[in-house]
Design a protein around this ligand. Structure first.
Ligand SMILES: Nc1ncnc2c1ncn2[C@@H]1O[C@H](COP(=O)(O)OP(=O)(O)OP(=O)(O)O)[C@@H](O)[C@H]1O
Ligand SMILES: [Mg+2]
Length: 306
């Protein structure tokens, strides 16, 4: 059986608003497992409950119901957290320290000292590409740089499991790629990575398995391969020279997308493809392309999570 580093069972959190006493059911019974060595994506629209779940797992807030084990320890577990590298949603980095001082402090708090500490700090700053700014004051750094300093702090003590709440947030496209590469590299070095993100293309590229939350509940869970490797027969058919009568005839069944003068129809099933092409050719339209359309994670997200 696979080694489970994070097991979450029916975890729930209800916040009570001060004064009004109104309840917010932020997480409503979430269950999933993260296996050792995998990259696991934790997704969901704004307010779905990702950060709240991560806060419960990392011991920042108490669960209202349910249980979870982190590296085999029931949460909250300060011992297990010593083996976890955590990047919070908006990492707070002390403004009057330099990145090197801050990451050194984090390493020290995790029990490192001496040459080992110095080496680990240097390694973490290099990996996250902040070494060049390591002696500047943190308050003078850009948002993306702060995010990297937060990542360096998460990595400094050589953790088994990385829990990253939106690690690509605030980064430019090059920075995002660097963080993607870093995640892959860390997994290759034997770490398990659990991260939340809104950037579905990144998740699709990186993750072995994902779980999508919607209003505090899991609505989709599974391996990326199973979720996207569907064999639904969907096609995109691009037609040029679509006459008005043909457009009207096709509009009864399909709403096209217009790309310049080309009409793009999305159809499902061989029968529908044959039908549409038959009508199009008979009416003198030009077939520009017929492309099988694989479902993307974004399609699944839009269909199931919104
Ligand atoms: N301390 C709190 N008190 C009251 N409600 C809260 C608290 N923290 C979060 N919530 C509510 O819980 C819900 C889930 O919030 P959460 O921050 O977990 O979402 P999220 O999935 O991380 O969203 P985002 O993608 O925007 O980061 C939201 O409705 C939020 O307003
Ligand atoms: Mg969040």
């Amino acid at each position: 059986m696979a080694d489970i580093v994070l097991r979450v069972e029916d975890l729930a959190k209800t916040f009570k608003k001060p004064f009004s006493g109104k309840k917010v059911e932020a997480v409503r019974g979430v269950s999933f497992e993260v296996r050792r060595g995998e990259i696991f994506g934790f997704l969901g629209p704004n307010g779905a409950g990702k950060t709240t779940t991560i806060k419960m797992l990392t011991g920042l807030i108490a669960a209202t119901r349910g249980k979870a084990t982190l590296l085999g320890e029931p949460i909250p577990s300060p011992e297990a957290m010593g083996r976890v590298g955590f990047l919070p949603e908006n990492p707070y980095v002390y403004p009057y320290l330099t990145p090197r001082e801050f990451v050194t402090l984090c390493g020290r708090l995790n029990g490192l000292s001496g040459a080992k500490l110095t080496n680990r700090v240097e390694e973490a700053l290099t990996k996250t590409a902040v070494a060049y700014a390591q002696d500047r004051a943190v308050r003078a750094l850009s948002k993306g740089m702060l995010q990297r300093v937060g990542l360096a702090a998460a990595l400094v003590h050589d953790p088994e499991l990385l829990i990253l709440d939106e690690p690509m947030s605030g980064l430019d496209p090059v920075g995002r790629k660097e963080v993607r590469d870093l995640i892959v590299q860390e997994r290759a070095a034997g770490r398990t990575v659990f991260f939340s993100s809104h950037i579905l293309s990144d998740v699709e590229m990186l993750c072995d398995r994902v779980c999508i939350l919607r209003r505090g509940e899991v609505v989709v869970a599974g391996s990326i391969h199973d979720l996207l490797g569907n064999d639904s027969r969907r096609f995109e058919i691009s037609l040029a020279d679509v006459s008005e009568p043909l457009a009207q005839q096709l509009a009864e069944k399909h709403a096209p997308r217009h790309v310049g003068a080309v009409c793009v129809y999305e159809v499902e099933g061989d029968e529908a493809v044959r039908d549409l092409l038959g009508h199009a050719l008979a009416a003198g339209a030009r077939v520009e392309s017929v492309t099988p359309r694989r479902e993307t994670l974004e399609d699944i997200f839009v269909r199931r999570a919104l």
